[in-house]
Write a protein that binds this ligand. Structure first.
Ligand code: ZN
Length: 696
């Protein structure tokens, strides 16, 4: 069967990408459309779980408290209805969301290819439909990566977190209308800056109503700054790394993508952003939203740089945003993000516990299921507070005795009392990489060993290792022996050297893929599983060629500051082409009253807001709203100069010089050697990769 790869895997590219993962609206969404028979591996070279892998599963089954079903009871409580179809179509015609693809999870035990603890979490995440949380509060779960929550106000619905895509939030509202009664949305609360919590707002709110004040949109401090900026500068790299963390190329299958921990996946539809009309600026603010008294607790620098919890006294309800969910979250995010502050996170949970948790009777959040009853709420808040503090304290305890970033993941372990329950499972962040993240947060990447201070690049050191090990044949023989013994990490050490020394050695790559696959199966953490399985996929089949990030959608560009756009030009510029060049440009945008001075010197492009050069080589005057056409890539600035939209004074040649130095980043860059596309997609029978599209 013909397989076709993704034309537009990731669109709103760098920018859209602000998930809790926190990345992106990558279109990990629909991911590949599997037409696999679940009992068959989707890849011709794929292997079944080995006896060693199965043994790890057996040990997990014997040691974890699977008889404790409280999470399942909470997840099922209040169920009202689900739509007949488990698919939600995007306006563009693709499948935006599909829970059917994960139905194999119901009897995944018989495949024995998913860690039992991860499988349990993925089974919990099969909740799909409309749920009553308490009187007047409803959630639609399983329509996207996040939940959408509706609270009855005096005149209509107050919505917490309108999902990633307009299509999924619209479908959620329709389900609510059908079963609870049709009412307008009168307010929206964005709990934080990640896109799975605001991208779908246009599915339930008309922007004109927000502008006129008919619909209030409330967000935490610094929301707009971080909604866009968190993922711009390193956006292309983050998008590429999503292939690993989210397993974008893996079909939903017992041997492939089997859930994402927070939910099954991310919806692939229209991502938009309506700016907030009211910002919660103070640490704590109390005001009414459509007649409901709410107390907002800003929690900056936790799960997101801009985030807030909400206490609703009338229902004794505690909305914990994404600060407390049914998993431990990321301190370090595999797709790449600034490391988060585990201790600060713990302290904000502690504040919520003492400020609200003593009275709370229901606690609900933007992922997973609610918790009811004060005892249960306090238990979950305490456990979550403790795990974030423990990661911080225990890691630093070891670090202060000489344990380095390259060892901590083999040393750190979470408290047994927490491991014996289900309130702090590592289904988003992992023990291994959160502990390394804490070290990185305080000490950075260097382990203080001079040998790692200016190391050779892997491609330069590997040939020396291979030569000293006696060549490829010996390495493959030893690698196979280690594989046969179930010593996968050891096998990975030497085979990785071979693949870096001989990128075209397909026998070596296939064996390393087999090794990665077993390591992937063994993981409790979905991000780790996906990363190893994605590595195996690319070693076997190569990575798809031709995919490149598209320009950003209008909402995202509108929300982007001019300074951020100019910073990114500096990143896109190939500085080797700028040798000997120097110029200054004044940029004036009269409609928003801003001025920037842009300077090229020393092969470096800088910009500063609020200043101008009296002797600038060029002065450009253009309204910011018109400049957005250039920012989106819809129009060239030179054309806007020609048609008079932009006025210029001085030497226009500098613009041509600047344009000639810009590089468009490609999404399909190589991570593992010898995998650069076009992938050998024709090798793959029985499954197709469709084109998930997020946003425009
Ligand atoms: Zn989220």
């Amino acid at each position: 069967m013909k397989v076709y790869y993704i034309a537009q895997l990731i669109t709103a590219a760098s920018i859209s990408a602000a998930m809790c993962t926190g990345a992106i609206a990558a279109g990990a969404g629909a991911g590949p459309t599997a037409s696999v028979k679940p009992d068959k591996h989707f890849h011709p070279k794929g292997k079944m779980p080995s006896e060693y892998t199965q043994k790890i599963f057996e040990e997990a089954r014997a040691s974890l408290p699977f008889s404790d079903r409280q999470d399942f009871e909470e997840e099922e409580r209040g169920f009202i209805a689900a739509p007949k179809s488990k698919k939600i179509m995007a306006d563009a015609g693709n499948v935006a969301w599909d829970m059917e693809r994960y139905e194999f999870l119901a009897d995944a035990d018989k495949y024995n290819s998913i860690h039992p603890s991860m499988l349990r979490q993925s089974q919990l995440n099969m909740n799909f439909g409309l749920y009553k949380v308490v009187e007047g509060v409803y959630q639609v779960r399983g329509f996207d990566l996040a939940n959408i929550t509706f609270m009855q106000g005096k005149t209509g619905w107050v919505v917490f977190d309108p999902l990633t895509a307009a299509e999924t939030s619209r479908a959620a509202k329709k389900l609510l209308d059908e079963h609870v009664g049709k009412q307008a949305v009168v307010a929206v609360i964005y709990s934080h800056s990640h896109a799975d919590h605001w991208g779908g707002v246009r599915g339930i709110v008309d922007e004109a109503d927000a502008r006129s004040g008919k619909v209030e949109i409330i967000a935490p401090r610094d929301f707009m700054q971080y909604a866009i900026s968190e993922n711009v500068y390193a956006g292309n790299a983050m998008s590429r790394r999503l292939f690993y963390q989210y397993g974008v190329l893996l079909p939903a299958s017992p041997y492939g993508h089997a859930g994402q921990g927070l939910a099954q996946n991310v919806a692939a539809g229209n991502l938009g952003l309506i700016p907030p009309t009211r910002i919660v600026e103070k640490d704590i603010e109390v005001f009414e939203v459509d007649g409901i008294k709410m107390e907002f607790q800003n929690t900056p620098g936790t799960e997101a740089p801009s985030e807030m919890n909400t206490w609703i006294p009338s229902i004794k309800g505690l909305w914990m945003a994404e600060n407390v969910v049914g998993s431990v979250h990321n301190i370090y995010t595999l797709r790449g993000a600034q490391v988060r502050d585990s201790l600060r996170w713990s302290k904000y949970i502690d504040e919520a516990l003492h400020r609200y948790g003593q009275q709370a009777e229901v606690m609900f959040a933007s992922h997973h299921w609610p918790r009811w009853g004060n005892k249960r709420i306090q238990e979950v808040l305490r456990d979550q507070r403790d795990i974030y503090a423990h990661m911080n304290n225990e890691v630093l305890h070891h670090v202060n005795q000489g344990v380095t970033i390259n060892e901590i993941h083999n040393v750190y372990d979470s408290p047994k009392s927490l491991d014996d329950g289900w309130t702090t499972g590592f289904y988003h962040g992992s023990r291994e990489n959160n502990s390394r993240g804490v070290v990185n947060y305080y000490l950075g990447h260097w382990d203080a060993n001079p040998a790692t201070l200016i190391p050779l690049s892997p491609r330069d050191s590997a040939p020396l290792f291979v030569e000293m090990m006696g060549g490829a044949k010996k390495i493959i023989a030893k690698g196979q022996q280690l594989y046969d013994q179930g010593k996968y990490l050891e096998a990975s050490e030497i085979l990785n050297k071979l693949v870096f020394a001989e990128p075209q050695n397909q026998v070596g790559k296939d064996l390393l893929a087999d090794v990665y696959e077993q390591i992937g199966y063994q993981q409790e953490n979905p991000g780790l599983r996906n990363a190893f399985l994605a590595g195996a996929f690319e070693l076997r089949s190569g990575i798809p060629g031709g995919a490149s990030p598209k320009t950003s959608g209008p909402d995202m560009v509108r929300a982007m500051s001019t300074g951020l756009f100019l910073d990114f030009l500096g990143i896109r510029m190939d500085s080797s082409k700028a040798e000997g060049m120097a110029f200054t440009i004044n940029l004036v945008t009269p409609d928003n009253g801003e001025k920037y001075l842009i300077e090229l010197s020393n092969e470096t492009l800088t910009n500063i807001e609020g200043y101008q050069d009296d002797d600038a080589d060029l002065t450009i005057t253009i309204n910011r709203t018109d400049l957005e056409q250039t920012m989106m890539g819809v129009q060239k600035l030179t054309d806007q100069i020609k048609d008079g939209t932009a006025k210029v004074k001085g030497d226009q040649q500098v613009l041509a010089q600047l344009a000639s130095m810009m590089v468009d980043f490609e999404l399909g860059f190589e991570i593992l050697p010898g995998t650069k596309g076009p992938g050998k997609a024709e090798d793959l029978n029985d499954f197709e990769v469709s084109a998930p599209v997020i946003a425009e």
